[in-house]
Design a protein. Structure first.
Length: 329
């Protein structure tokens, strides 16, 4: 006894005394194989185009995309998620460039597959927003609303051409009701039973997508609140989850990541399939901007955000820092 009372017998600090001790007792560990690199490839450019709101990220040429894929493999990154950026003149109301076998995304899939084969899991964004002149994720009806079922027909075509190009995983991201089931049927009926589906199960209508709109040259006017999920809702994400699994999703995803860690944790606890989270453009931009101002330690902040996403239950993390973080790990 001391005049201040008993000293504590339980001392959690004992397990924090050295880097080796902290490493030994760490409950969660990041690994390069946890990471997936989102990458943009733009048609009709001869040099990479920097994305002003995402320092360090570019719209790739076909050649620089190949190089980025090789670098990802060398760093131990698990996968790459490809987004195509067509020439503006090729955008139309139906997003036909998205189902053209020679469209920029399909060409990029073939390029990356030729370059790295099966050493990298090649994923493709299955959505129309990059290819439509109105910027929505589907085709519009006579009243200017996104027509869910007409859009599903377009998604079925996209699934086929992306699979024909050699993709390993398709990521239907438009948040249309029934999209996973339609894509699964389209893949199976065209001999692509081995192509997996990463379902964008809980994709929220978020303010953090801003820099992405620049990255894909979006033509969107207005918002996507009639089909992307309301940020206020959690139970709704579990309903979306049940539907996606019933329709044949092989993996599920929460997007964005950091503002929705509670959703990610709920979904991770509820399923037996792999769970992904997408650390989106606005999350990336905030860290880069604060670091540029000298307000935070950039490298430590990157690893802390990724660890938080992993701790919440993600098996896979889509992040623009994938190759850099994998090298550091």
């Amino acid at each position: 006894m001391t005049k201040y009372g008993s000293f504590p017998g339980a001392r959690p600090r004992r397990l924090r005394t050295t880097p080796a001790m902290r490493r030994m007792v760490a409950e969660h560990r990041l690994h390069p194989a946890d990471l997936i690199l989102p990458a943009f490839v733009r048609e009709g450019i001869s040099e990479p185009v920097p994305i002003s709101a995402m320092p360090g990220v570019v719209q790739h040429t076909r050649d620089t995309l190949r190089k980025a894929a090789v670098e990802a493999v060398e760093a131990g990154v698990a996968g790459i998620m490809l987004f195509g950026v067509p020439e503006d003149a090729k955008k139309d109301a139906a997003g036909t460039a998205g189902t053209d076998p020679d469209g920029i995304l399909q060409v990029a899939i073939r390029d990356v597959r030729d370059e790295v084969g099966d050493d990298l899991v090649i994923m493709s964004d299955l959505c129309l927003d990059e290819y439509t002149d109105h910027g929505h994720c589907g085709v519009l009806d006579a009243d200017g609303r996104v027509d869910n079922d007409a859009t599903l027909e377009r998604y079925a075509e996209m699934a086929q051409v992306q699979a024909d190009a050699g993709v390993h995983v398709v990521g239907p991201s438009g948040m249309m009701d029934g999209q996973v089931g339609v894509v699964r049927d389209a893949l199976d009926q065209t001999g692509h039973e081995d192509v997996s589906i990463l379902a964008y199960t809980a994709k929220y209508s978020s303010a953090f997508y801003g820099p992405f709109r620049e990255a894909v040259g979006s033509s969107l006017k207005g918002d996507r609140k009639t089909y992307q999920q309301d940020p206020a809702n959690l139970r709704e994400s579990l309903r979306e989850l049940a539907l996606d699994l019933e329709e044949g999703a092989d993996m599920v995803m929460v997007k964005p990541a950091l503002p929705y860690l509670d959703v990610l944790a709920k979904i991770a606890d509820a399923v037996e399939v792999p769970v992904a989270a997408y650390q989106i453009s606005g999350e990336y931009a905030m860290v880069e901007a604060a670091a540029e101002k000298g307000w935070i330690d950039r490298d430590k902040a990157i690893l802390e955000t990724l660890t938080g996403i992993k701790r919440a239950g993600a098996n896979m993390i889509l992040t623009y820092w994938a190759t850099e973080a994998a090298r550091g790990l």
